[in-house]
Ligand binder design. Structure first.
Ligand code: HEM
Length: 410
């Protein structure tokens, strides 16, 4: 077994500069890409990340063990999130949800997504200086997921508050912020009650799943229909609704916020996309690669394995730095350059293997519509001056600005 090329201090997320994590990643990727010892490892290269995500030697394991005993709702809901499941349960739950959450259904939502984006942008256009996160990036995905789940418009602000509370339980800063678990538990309790009542209402209402109109159907109706052949149980259905709400919220918020920052920092690419909106699909893929909304995920080694010449013992916790893998020059040329015309599709920004992001088709449509609408309707967009105009959340699982002030520019 070869030893690391140079002694670097143990990699700690606290040491990463959230405004620009890439120089630090690069040091580890070049000097000690399979970093760690004992049963804690961090991987920085694209090929190694791909190996772990597609190998049967690694599993997910639920986070329930690290959640406090006095958070029963949080423990129950996360135990029913497919992202934390292993086969055979993962395969069963994912295939049922995937049968309902099809790319065709997502494409059907596109006109409604476009209208939602246009509505938010129209309100922004009236402001002198606007916080793009508060005014667009954060509310937009919640509006879309509410459409997807068929939730009434008046419930959306309530929904959003709970989504934010719950997200704290899966962020990398949870251990550091007191009260985060209490907020997440309260959100999990409220959302659990909401979706249980919604399932009861749907089942007892006249509009049975079989009657749903294909033009207006939603994911809950589709899952209830799919479940008629193969019941999953209400804990799993309710858990899935809550999971979709959180999985698709902060991620898309950050893709739009960081994507816009990257475009504004690269005026040539911004001008190109503005002039040729048909490049939006490739631009979205490149932006997920260039500054990945999810910077790291993790796995447990079920058995001994070898990665990059180093032995990973069974039982190890392995952190996969997607943000570094996507800047690996062994995978993509000139990785630190934003190039919306490159073929970035093999990036790891949506994960890989069995847990590849189920919402990726929806995220792509949302981001395409968001960038197109923002660039078309706000041609003046410029980041405001001042040290506080862009403030990043102190988080690397969900990575992006929590404040992004923009103003009319020249
Ligand atoms: C899984 C990223 C948007 C639903 C994942 C994973 C990543 C990811 C990296 C893999 C996690 C792992 O393997 O541990 C993203 C990014 C998004 C995004 C960057 C936006 C830019 C969405 C949306 C939804 C969604 C909009 C749904 C509304 C899911 C689900 C899984 C998942 C259900 C779990 C799949 C499974 O375990 O089989 N996502 N996601 N995501 N994502 Fe996304």
């Amino acid at each position: 077994m070869s030893a690391p090329a140079a002694a670097l201090p143990p990699f700690r997320t606290e040491d990463v500069d959230v405004r620009d994590p890439y120089p630090l990643y690069r040091r580890y990727r070049e000097a000690d890409p399979v970093h760690g010892s004992g049963r804690a490892w961090t991987l920085f290269r694209h090929a190694d990340v791909a190996h772990v995500l597609t190998s049967r030697a690694y599993g997910r394991g639920t986070p329930t063990a690290r959640l406090p005993e006095d958070c029963p709702h949080l423990r129950r809901t996360t135990a029913n999130w497919m992202v934390f499941m292993d086969p055979p349960r993962h395969t069963r739950v994912r295939s049922l949800v995937a049968r309902s959450f099809t790319p065709r259904m997502v494409e059907g939502l596109r006109p409604r997504i476009r209208r939602l984006a246009a509505g938010l942008v129209a309100a922004l256009a009236e402001e002198e200086t606007a916080d793009l996160v508060a005014g667009f990036c954060a509310p937009f995905p919640i509006l879309v997921i509410s459409e997807l789940l068929g939730m009434p418009a008046e419930d959306r602000p309530w929904f959003r508050e709970r989504a934010v509370g719950l997200q704290q339980a899966t962020s990398s800063r949870v251990a550091r912020s007191p009260g985060a678990f209490a907020a997440a538990e309260a959100a999990a309790r409220d959302l659990d009650a909401y979706f249980r009542a919604e399932l009861d209402r749907r089942r007892s209402s006249k509009e049975t799943p079989a009657d749903a109109d294909p033009a207006t159907t939603d994911l809950i109706a589709e899952m209830l229909r799919a479940e008629e052949d193969e019941p999953l149980g209400d804990d799993t259905l309710v858990g899935t609704c809550i999971h979709l709400l959180t999985a698709g919220h902060e991620t898309t918020t950050n893709l739009v916020g960081k994507g816009l920052l990257a475009l504004l920092a690269n005026p040539g690419q911004l001008a190109l996309l503005r002039a040729r909106p048909e490049l939006a699909p490739g631009a979205v893929e490149e932006l997920v690669r260039y500054d990945s909304p999810v910077q790291m995920i993790s796995r447990w080694a079920r058995e001994d394995d070898e990665v990059g010449g180093r032995k990973i013992p069974g039982g190890s916790h392995v952190t996969l730095v997607l943000g570094s893998a996507n800047r690996d020059p062994a995978y993509v040329t000139a990785p630190d350059r934003l190039d919306i015309r490159r073929d970035a599709r093999r990036h790891a920004g949506f994960g890989m293997g069995a847990h590849y992001c189920l919402g990726a088709p929806l995220a792509r449509v949302e981001a395409e519509e968001a960038f197109t609408e923002l660039l078309r309707s706000l041609p003046w967009l410029t980041v405001a001056e001042g040290p506080d105009a862009v403030r990043y959340a102190d988080d690397l699982v969900f990575h992006g600005p929590e404040r992004l002030l923009v103003r009319p520019g020249g």
